[in-house]
Design a protein around this ligand. Structure first.
Ligand SMILES: C[S@@+](CC[C@H](N)C(=O)[O-])C[C@H]1O[C@@H](n2cnc3c(N)ncnc32)[C@H](O)[C@@H]1O
Length: 207
């Protein structure tokens, strides 16, 4: 494998992506960790040609971290920054905590993203909010968190899952409505379809 850096801390070899392992649990720190676009919408977005504005010192609020797979790659990239990894399912929280244990820049938060007031004492203002949550009110959740935590001119990266909002309506209509709602709180810069994820749209916006 010959990975070459394509942006801040992200490496590519043909269709393969990787970050450099920043975890402290193995002797492999600094080694390439492959990043599968079929299991990470953020990796799919990067392969589509969009480089997220995450730097090595970014503060990131990650909503819907699940077991921490994509969030751990974000923590590799933001190695001198911080990733607040928020999740509300007790089932996956255990795995998320164990991922965070070996990563000093990753903080697990067990909370519902609908209620930022319940974790506002734990989270500082951030440069980036990344949201990957399958709920009916995805734009509303994003805007609540933007209002509470995103710095002026900070970025929101939102993965919209149409079928969690409406199971039968036309996906273009669903995306259109969600983007319209988002415009009430952020400027939408770009929308990107992800070939690996049917009925999803990545939205990149700025406060
Ligand atoms: C599609 S998965 C996230 C996958 C993850 N982003 C990754 O790439 O590794 C969505 C996650 O969002 C969580 N979730 C859904 N609604 C939530 C809410 N209101 N607050 C916090 N987490 C939520 C789910 O429990 C689930 O683990």
């Amino acid at each position: 494998m010959t990975f070459a850096e394509i942006g801040c801390g992200v490496y590519r070899d043909g269709k393969r992506l990787a970050t450099r392992d920043q975890s402290q649990s193995t002797s492999e720190a600094g080694e390439f960790r492959t990043w599968d676009p079929h299991h990470s919408k953020l990796a799919a977005l990067i392969l589509k040609g969009f480089m997220p504005p995450i730097t090595d010192s970014s503060l990131v609020l990650y909503l819907g971290a699940a077991a921490g797979s994509t969030a751990s790659h974000v923590s590799d990239i933001a190695r001198r920054g911080l990733v607040y990894a928020l999740e509300f399912s007790p089932r996956v929280m255990k795995n998320l905590i164990s991922v965070c244990e070996s990563r000093p820049n990753m903080i697990p938060i067990f909370a519902d993203a609908n209620h930022p007031e319940t974790y506002s004492h734990l989270v500082d203002e951030v440069d980036i909010i990344y949201q990957d949550i399958a709920q009916r009110n995805q734009a509303e959740i994003a805007l609540k968190n933007v209002k509470c935590f995103l710095k002026d001119e900070g970025y929101l990266i939102l993965m919209i899952k149409a079928r969690s909002i409406d199971t039968i309506a036309n996906t273009r209509e669903i995306f259109g409505k969600e983007v319209e709602k988002l415009q009430e709180g952020v400027s939408v810069l770009e929308t990107v379809k992800l070939p690996q994820y049917r009925d999803h749209l990545a939205v990149i916006a700025r406060k």
